[in-house]
Write a protein that binds this ligand. Structure first.
Ligand SMILES: NC(=O)c1ccc[n+]([C@@H]2O[C@H](COP(=O)([O-])OP(=O)(O)OC[C@H]3O[C@@H](n4cnc5c(N)ncnc54)[C@H](OP(=O)(O)O)[C@@H]3O)[C@@H](O)[C@H]2O)c1
Length: 288
């Protein structure tokens, strides 16, 4: 696996170690393999003769990609081509993690895997190019598009809201982007299930049910017992991020259900689980 020390990578390593997979699981991150270096990456992966190459490594700073297009394409597109080339040389299956940002959000019903992509930002373009390289080079590939990830092993929206709630009395959160927050632990299990049923092609995989970032933020505070912080809706335009984001980023995950026989649980249940497992309920700072 590449990107093994990232937010999803750590959860996926845990699930792979404890699951069906009887072979050896090897997780690499940038210290072991820099996917930008073609010859080195191909040689290192080839030497392992893997059965499956799971490729998570990416430059995931969406606004950073906008200001450093060269790095975005070097890592997310060309880096993925190097990994795909190695997988094809070993006749390995390749699993590639991609994003809802391959779509523009103009559709007003859930996106199907077969819908034509049209990214709005550099990150989306670079990840889509990665998808195309995987499809071009690898005969047996599984492309999993997901979104709005949070989990215990990386910087994420949930922890950022909890941190800001300790520092401010009012938070403004965008209410004009809709999607499905997805818990890395749930996604890791779904990835393993798809591998287990030998799924191929593109799959949309998120926790079920939808919300805006604003509603997600409110749920984080409510479930954490933080009632003294006021939450105000704001527009993406007012937030002024460098990269444009799709306003409607909702996936149809029926293909996942058909392949594995199950739907992922609603995002609110997963959030409850995450908060109760990893984050302590907060006390009102005024009452301490
Ligand atoms: N996070 C989301 O909401 C989201 C949504 C949709 C899809 N995805 C996709 O899901 C996958 C996992 O995401 P994540 O949030 O777990 O990402 P992450 O936490 O940023 O992990 C990515 C890992 O890749 C490493 N990496 C960066 N450049 C590399 C290079 N040149 N060679 C080798 N490794 C390199 C990073 O190392 P450094 O930390 O040292 O840079 C990091 O450990 C990614 O492919 C991402 O595009 C994520």
């Amino acid at each position: 696996m590449t990107g093994a020390k990232g937010m999803l990578g750590k959860d996926l390593m845990d699930v792979l170690h404890s699951s069906f997979f009887r072979g050896e699981v090897i997780g690499w991150d940038i210290e072991e393999i820099d996917i930008q270096k073609e010859d080195d990456s191909v040689a290192k992966i080839e030497a392992l003769r893997p059965e499956i190459v799971i490729h998570l490594a990416a430059y995931t700073d969406v606004d950073g990609c906008e200001s450093d297009k060269e790095r975005a394409f070097a890592v997310n597109a060309e880096g993925t081509r190097h990994v795909a080339l190695a997988a094809s040389k070993c006749s390995a299956k390749m699993v590639y993690l991609s994003t809802d940002y391959v779509f523009d959000g103009e559709k007003r019903e859930p996106y199907l895997e077969s819908d034509p992509p049209h990214p709005l930002n550099v990150y989306g373009h670079s990840k889509l190019k990665g998808e195309q390289y995987v499809q071009e080079w690898v005969r047996d590939s599984l492309i999993i598009r997901t979104q709005w990830l949070y989990g215990p092993f990386g910087k994420n929206f949930v922890d950022s809201i909890l941190r800001q709630a300790r520092e401010k009395k009012t938070l403004s959160i965008v209410d004009d982007q809709t999607g499905s927050p997805t818990y890395t632990a749930d996604l890791a299990k779904a990835i393993c299930e798809l591998i287990q049923v030998e799924a191929r092609g593109i799959f949309h995989v998120t926790n079920s049910e939808i919300c805006t970032w604003y509603a997600f933020g409110q749920a984080i505070l409510n479930l954490s017992g933080i009632h003294w912080v006021k939450v105000l809706p704001m527009s993406s335009k007012d937030l002024g991020r460098l990269a444009a984001r799709p306003s409607y980023s909702v996936f149809n995950c029926q293909k996942l259900k058909k392949a594995t026989g199950r739907t992922m649980r609603p995002w609110s249940e997963a959030l409850k689980d995450y908060l109760s497992t990893y984050r302590q309920p907060s006390a009102d700072p005024m009452n301490r």
